[in-house]
Ligand binder design. Structure first.
Ligand SMILES: C[C@@H]1O[C@H](OP(=O)(O)OP(=O)(O)OC[C@H]2O[C@@H](n3cnc4c(=O)[nH]c(N)nc43)[C@H](O)[C@@H]2O)[C@@H](O)[C@H](O)[C@@H]1O
Length: 417
């Protein structure tokens, strides 16, 4: 673990150092787009919202305007429940390669924004919401309008007349103005509003998940998705686990990865994957509603055993958010399962987000993968496997509920290069 910690410390400073060196010319007048997401949403859903915001910035910059996307720090996520570890104001560089993101769209960390902007002030917050009246005449149309706030605002005015709010745990951050906007449509419908109606330098879209993808699974979607390269230290830890416990290396598994995502164009079927079954078994809030499409532990283990037999795999790697009691039960039912289970010291460095990424990375390299119905955690693994060049048959599989009648399997989304 000590060696792992050292590797981590060396690597984590790299993307930040590159950023400090200044990928952007700061003498220029930039406008800044900030955003945040509904608090209960999880890590991988937030990654999806990033794709939508990147699309919007691409639209904004198409007309020659210089917009920069400010990456919302990670923290206070409902699912990150490891006790006693500090998980607030986490920069994106801890989880993703910033230089890779920057090849796709201009991005900076929030603290970089504070430095460039001359202080923790955001000129305008737009709180996005739906239309109080829903769809008129049941007809869907794209529209944006300034409207009274439907929900109680989480922003409140202080004595100086500034707005205080959550702002990713940065207590000193304040907004000069907060307005509610009803928006219905794809992310780029905000472009004319930001270009014509609002002239201030920094604008934050709160509840950004209200906006839809410009073009789900189109070229722009995939460019952004491919640019979301996991931070190198996390990939290395995942690779080390594969080599040590799963007899899996890139050369033997035909999953050689290029640091430069623009050069990753693996042919479908070219990746073989490591000799193990990769499993993502989502629990917690997915079972509390007793959803029909999520299996019991017994049902899941039965499926795992049948897949291991069918694909002649004697190892199984399990990624799960199961709680202590369920984990015990899983170990009893499937004693041979392997999990990435870091020590407390390592967890403090990697954080729950880093562990989630390592779990995804290991699942992404398995010879065969099965995930959980409609979990964005599983969806992101599908995409990672698509990037690596796996045969779709080995990727788009999900558990069925014990008594689910129609168990539709996940859709294959092909990369558009
Ligand atoms: C019901 C909905 O579910 C949606 O979750 P869903 O798409 O699965 O996926 P996520 O948006 O990633 O949220 C689930 C979170 O739970 C943890 N988690 C889940 N499975 C694993 C795992 O196998 N390994 C590790 N290490 N962590 C896991 C992790 O923090 C992950 O980000 C949420 O985004 C929505 O906000 C909402 O709660």
């Amino acid at each position: 673990p000590a060696a792992m910690v050292l590797v981590y410390k060396c690597l984590i400073s790299v993307p930040l150092a590159i950023l400090e060196a200044g990928a952007l010319d700061l003498s220029h007048h930039f406008r800044y787009l900030l955003y945040d997401v509904n608090p209960p949403e999880g890590f991988n859903l937030r990654r999806d919202v990033y794709i939508r915001m990147a699309s919007l910035v691409k639209t904004l910059t198409k007309d020659g305007d210089d917009w920069v996307l400010v990456l919302p720090p990670w923290g206070r996520l409902y699912h990150w429940q490891s006790p006693d570890i500090y998980q607030l104001r986490i920069p994106w560089g801890e989880f993703f390669s910033l230089t890779s993101l920057q090849v796709n769209v201009p991005v900076i960390e929030y603290e970089e924004f504070i430095a460039e902007n001359g202080g923790p002030f955001i000129d305008q917050v737009l709180v996005l919401q739906n239309y109080a009246e829903g769809w008129t005449d049941g007809k869907w149309e794209e529209k944006v309008d300034k409207r009274p706030c439907i929900e109680k605002l989480i922003y409140s005015k202080d004595k100086q007349g500034f707005y205080r709010g959550w702002f990713w745990g940065y207590e000193e951050t304040r907004a000069r103005n907060v307005t509610c906007i009803s928006a219905q449509g794809h992310a780029s419908i905000m472009a004319p509003v930001l270009q014509k109606n609002i002239t201030v330098t920094s604008v934050m879209l709160d509840r950004a998940e209200t906006l839809l993808h410009d073009h789900y699974a189109g070229k722009d979607y995939w460019d952004t998705r491919r640019s979301m390269v996991f931070a190198k230290h996390l990939r290395l830890i995942g690779d080390n686990f594969r080599a040590t416990h799963l007899n899996s290396t890139d050369i033997s598994d035909s999953t050689v990865y290029s640091e430069d995502w623009t050069r990753m164009k693996a042919k479908l079927g070219s990746a073989k994957g490591g000799p193990y079954l990769g499993v993502h078994l989502r629990r917690k809030d997915f079972i509390w509603g007793h959803r029909e499409d999520v299996p019991s532990l017994k049902g899941a283990v039965k499926k795992i055993r049948s897949l291991m037999k069918k694909h002649k795999l004697d190892k199984v790697f399990l990624a799960t958010d199961a709680d202590g009691g369920e984990l015990k039960e899983l170990k009893r039912l499937l004693p041979e399962m392997l999990r990435f289970d870091p020590s407390i010291e390592d967890l403090e460095l990697l954080k729950d987000g880093g562990v989630a990424i390592i779990d995804q990375w290991i699942c992404a390299h398995a010879r065969f993968f099965i995930g959980t119905s409609v979990s964005t955690f599983s969806f992101r693994i599908h995409e990672e496997r698509e990037i690596l060049g796996f045969d779709p048959k080995t990727t788009y599989n999900r558990f069925c509920g014990d008594s689910e009648k129609e168990c539709e399997q996940p859709t294959h989304w092909k990369i558009v290069y």
